[in-house]
Design a protein around this ligand. Structure first.
Ligand code: 13P
Length: 249
């Protein structure tokens, strides 16, 4: 079996003002005691610069970056801007952006490539809706594998790219996918990565699970085959809720 270092990542989404920066410091304290895993926080763009000096070993990242270098794209943030603010990574293709900003797989691949061109580590998110899941497990696997293939950037490498499987029906709903559901999807994604990238890279690339991860279910999820970490929303907003997830890794 290939040893992959676990990554526990928090996604604050559109939450957090400077009053919450103390939580970044507290999460940095948690991470400081754990040289065996990686910890990352994907913050609102406005918090990246003030959070970066507090973060210690925690990777601070953005939640999206635009696929173009610069220009007339009102309201967007570029990869270079993230880097200048102190980010070392970014999410791309989160289901909330795919749904609310109509981002396509082609957009997501281009965003990942642009972020990599600026030396940002990238987490590429994939996941099926409830409607697709209700068509059965095989249909869900085929759908997510196709979404991954179509979103993978040119030159994808485990040196800078991580995959996050986040079933849309499990995000913010308290309905976590069961360990067998997660194991089966991650196995399908692993096979697809090996096909796309070859044995070495495909076996080394990390696949995270996200969707209602909490202190109560983290141990079960994190001990599931092919689960190399977690992408945590609500439970990453405070160190108190994030700590048991870090402990479970
Ligand atoms: P929740 O942990 O709040 O379900 O969010 C998951 C998620 O979307 C992380 O990116």
């Amino acid at each position: 079996m290939t040893a992959r270092r676990k990554l526990i990542a928090g996604n604050w989404k559109m939450n957090g003002l400077s009053a919450q920066l103390g939580e970044v410091s507290a999460i940095a304290q948690l991470a400081a005691g754990r040289s065996d895993i990686d910890v990352a926080l994907y913050l609102p763009a406005t918090l990246i610069a003030p959070a970066a000096p507090l973060a210690g070993t925690v990777l601070i990242g953005g939640q999206d970056c635009h696929q173009e270098e610069a220009g007339a794209f009102t309201g967007n943030v570029s990869a270079a801007m993230l880097v200048e603010a102190g980010a070392r990574g970014t999410l791309v293709g989160h289901s909330e952006r795919r749904a609310y900003q109509q981002e396509s797989n082609t957009d997501v691949a281009a965003k990942a490539a642009r972020a990599h061109a600026h030396s940002l580590a990238v987490i590429l998110c994939v996941g099926e809706t409830l409607e697709t899941r209700e068509q059965g497990d095989e249909a869900a696997h085929a759908w997510v594998v196709e979404q991954l293939r179509a979103s993978l950037p040119e030159g994808a490498s485990p040196d800078w790219l991580t995959i996050a499987y986040e079933p849309v029906w499990a995000i913010g709903t308290g309905k976590v996918a069961t360990p067998p559901q997660v194991a089966a999807m991650h196995a399908a994604l692993r096979t697809a990565l090996v096909e796309a990238l070859g044995e070495d890279a495909g076996n080394v690339m990390r696949i995270l699970y996200g969707g209602s991860v909490s202190g109560d279910n983290a141990a079960d999820i994190l001990h599931t085959a092919n689960v190399d970490g977690a992408l945590v929303g609500g439970a990453s907003l405070t160190a108190a809720k994030f700590a048991p997830i870090v402990d479970a890794a």
